[in-house]
Write a protein that binds this ligand. Sequence first.
Ligand code: AMP
Ligand code: ZN
Ligand code: FE
Ligand code: FE
Length: 291
Amino acid sequence: MSTGFVDLHTHSTASDGTFAPDAVAVLAKQSGLVGFALTDHDTIDGLEDAERAAHEHRLEFVPGVELSCQFPHPGTLHLLAYCIDPQSSRLRDVLHRLIEARDARNPQMIRRLNELGVAITMKEVEDAAGGEVVGRPHMAAVLLRKGYASSVKDAFNKYLGQGAAAYVEKERLSPREAIEAVLAAGGIPTLAHPVQLRTENDAQLERVVKDLIDLGLQGIEVIHSDHDAADVERCTKLAARFNLLKTGGSDFHGINKKEIQLGLANGRRIPRQFMDDLLARNHEPARTANG
Ligand code: AMP
Ligand code: ZN
Ligand code: FE
Ligand code: FE
């Protein structure tokens, strides 16, 4: 039995977190963790720096990425991919497409905001983002700074959330495209925060999970900041029933979600065993799909 705690769901400045990738590693060390995964939205740009810093601080590191997939409103389906090969051309193609989808959507949302009388420019949002992943949290930061919203939540309610005044749809991957790309990159596809699927009952949740398993899903996020005790139990049972890896993380975003602390998910810590099981699966031979 291994001891210690980890965090397998974190975001850095490479996407919409506020800590640089190496600063996430430093914070993980300061928080007493033995390892962590960096799982930025739509990009692997932070992985190299995070891994280098992790090793400097004698932390285990798991390279990851989080992909948003098509799913019926009001639910959201996010995949967490672990142990991906950053050189995979298939994965790189998919990530490139996702950045292009952002670049198509962001100016449309800025235009809508301008039409609503909000003085905000694409340049301001890009500056807030810093990296290639530019999105609504960065718009929210600008709205907050300029006094158009009182909080990030307020910015999403008034302007940026699904169905709000300035919202524009973004092209997303189908679950199949996402899972196949992850497998092609030698990665382990897992389901992030199942509670956000907003399924209506256990049977519906089970059906969604089974369909994803048919596509190649290998794990499920059991512990997450949005999960209460019943959610943790529900997901743990699903993992056992379908022989899925269990994962867990805080979904740390730095001060963009200041209520979330690294290594702590709604009061729970994440056992090192979850990380060890992922890494053990990664070393099993003959798992990788073609490509
Ligand atoms: P984007 O990738 O640009 O569509 O923005 C998605 C990100 O916005 C998610 O990762 C969340 O962190 C954040 N987000 C989405 N909805 C809300 C909300 N209602 N309140 C606060 N943050 C949100
Ligand atoms: Zn995020
Ligand atoms: Fe997510
Ligand atoms: Fe996340």
